[in-house]
Design a protein around this ligand. Structure first.
Ligand SMILES: Cc1cc2nc3c(=O)[nH]c(=O)nc-3n(C[C@H](O)[C@H](O)[C@H](O)COP(=O)(O)OP(=O)(O)OC[C@H]3O[C@@H](n4cnc5c(N)ncnc54)[C@H](O)[C@@H]3O)c2cc1C
Length: 407
């Protein structure tokens, strides 16, 4: 049986480690931080895990957060204008929001209880090369900040060279939950604001993600010194939410609204990037990129963690019986994983580009037709199908006819 090094203990690395463990493959997870440091640190992202990711968690035996109180039943999309867009589409199976600082240490504990090995290492290429000598293959799942230089940007698959939105995201007390829980998703000319419930180690709170159009009024949040002036940051955020997402503002209590923990904020823009998916290390071993280390999408479509998990399962299947782990294996893996990732990248990049008329047509139809609202929102769980629907005006038209004629 092969022996695999997995660099990075995020959802991508851990789903791969747990899956390979189930297949009896020896793995070591190398992480930049101990689980205690992850639990005490800043949020990494605010991922909603959709139904198919949750199904994989059940298969892995790590579905620790099954209660409906953590579930996300759908998406409430609101865009004020002419015409007014407003629909609540239901997912076919609920998603879930769990703070990664609770989620990742728990999955690491599962992995260790089942005999996994976990080591903390310095996050640089020399260290990856050093540990690679003790393994047959290295999978680098070190996330978007793992700019190890190992995997250069692939310009053919990366149409943007700068962030298309400037992000500010945080976890907050003082937002009234909805019943059932859903993602509130507000679209305006200034950008998008979305919010949903997240379970943290201290109980449920709400995440707010502000996706500012560059140069617009929401962008100021991304450079606000929230650590130096948390009260000012909260006040500014509240007034911008009141103006650009009034339905969300109505659920926020003035007296209770506050950051969940000091510093619980993510700020900055993400440039959507697809990297080369493999490299040969000085040791001669192949290193494959997985998750955000390979592809970073803007979080608007909520796919990064879901894609990382999906690719982890696919890669595990390739690794079992896939030896030798040479360039031919790497090319095979690259091709198989790109088949999964391509529609996710295409859909995410379409969404953050200039407004697309046929996407607008879906929203307008969904406002008056629950079947369209449900079918559209359910496709967040099936990004390949979503891309088939939104890839052209003709595809959208055909899909709308199919959904509305199905009765
Ligand atoms: C505001 C926001 C909202 C989001 N919303 C969603 C959503 O709704 N749905 C969704 O699916 N996704 C969402 N995402 C994206 C999602 O969070 C990421 O795609 C996902 O967490 C990436 O997982 P990963 O395991 O690939 O990387 P990471 O979670 O970044 O984990 C990588 C780990 O490796 C460590 N590391 C880095 N370098 C090294 C090294 N050299 N050696 C060892 N360890 C290293 C890092 O410290 C980290 O712990 C969102 C992201 C943001 C910012």
């Amino acid at each position: 049986m092969p022996d695999i090094a997995i660099v990075g203990a995020g959802i991508s690395g851990l789903h791969l480690a747990l899956r390979l463990q189930q297949a009896g493959v020896s793995t070591t997870v190398y992480a930049e931080r101990s689980t205690e440091d992850t639990a005490a640190g800043r949020p990494l992202g605010l991922p909603v895990r959709f139904g198919r990711t949750r199904q994989r968690e059940r298969e892995l035996g790590v579905s620790h957060w099954e209660g409906a109180e953590n579930d996300t039943a759908g998406v409430n999309l609101v865009a004020r204008g002419e015409p007014d867009i407003r629909f609540l589409g239901r997912l076919d199976e609920p998603g879930s929001g769990v703070d990664l600082r609770l989620y990742l240490p728990r999955l690491t504990a599962d992995y260790l209880e089942r005999g996994g090995r976990f080591e903390v290492l310095r996050p640089d290429v020399a260290e990856i090369d050093r540990v690679s000598r003790d393994h047959d293959l290295v999978v680098v799942a070190g996330g978007r900040s793992a700019t190890t230089g190992l995997f250069p940007r692939d310009p053919d698959r990366s149409p943007y060279s700068a962030p298309q939105r400037i992000l500010t995201a945080g976890l907050f007390h003082g937002i009234a939950p909805t019943d059932p829980g859903y993602i509130h998703f507000q679209v305006s000319e200034a950008g998008e604001i979305f919010s949903t419930r997240f379970l943290t180690a201290n109980g449920p709170v709400h995440g707010i993600v502000v996706e500012a159009q560059p140069g617009g009024p929401l962008e100021q949040l991304a450079s606000y010194d929230h650590s130096g002036d948390p009260a000012g940051f909260e006040k500014t955020l509240l007034s911008l939410v009141a103006e650009h997402a009034p339905e969300l503002r109505e659920r926020i209590s003035d007296s209770e609204f506050a950051l969940h923990r000091p510093g619980d904020v993510i700020q900055g823009g993400l440039t959507p990037t697809v990297r080369r998916s493999w490299a040969t290390l000085d040791s001669g071993r192949v290193a494959l990129a997985l998750g955000d280390a390979w592809i970073v999408n803007d979080p608007l479509t909520g796919q990064g963690a879901n894609l990382g998990s999906r690719c982890a399962f696919e890669l595990a299947e390739l690794i079992v019986g896939g030896e030798p782990f040479d360039a031919a294996f790497a090319e095979r893996a690259a091709e198989r994983l790109w088949r999964i990732a391509e529609p996710v990248v295409a859909w995410s990049n379409l969404n953050i580009g200039p407004p697309v008329e046929h996407l607008g047509a879906i929203f307008v139809t969904a406002t008056g037709d629950q079947r369209v609202a449900d079918a559209f929102v359910t496709n967040f769980n099936y990004p390949d199908k979503m891309w088939e629907v939104v890839k052209s005006a003709e595809a959208t038209q055909a899909w709308l006819a199919e959904v509305t004629e199905a009765g």
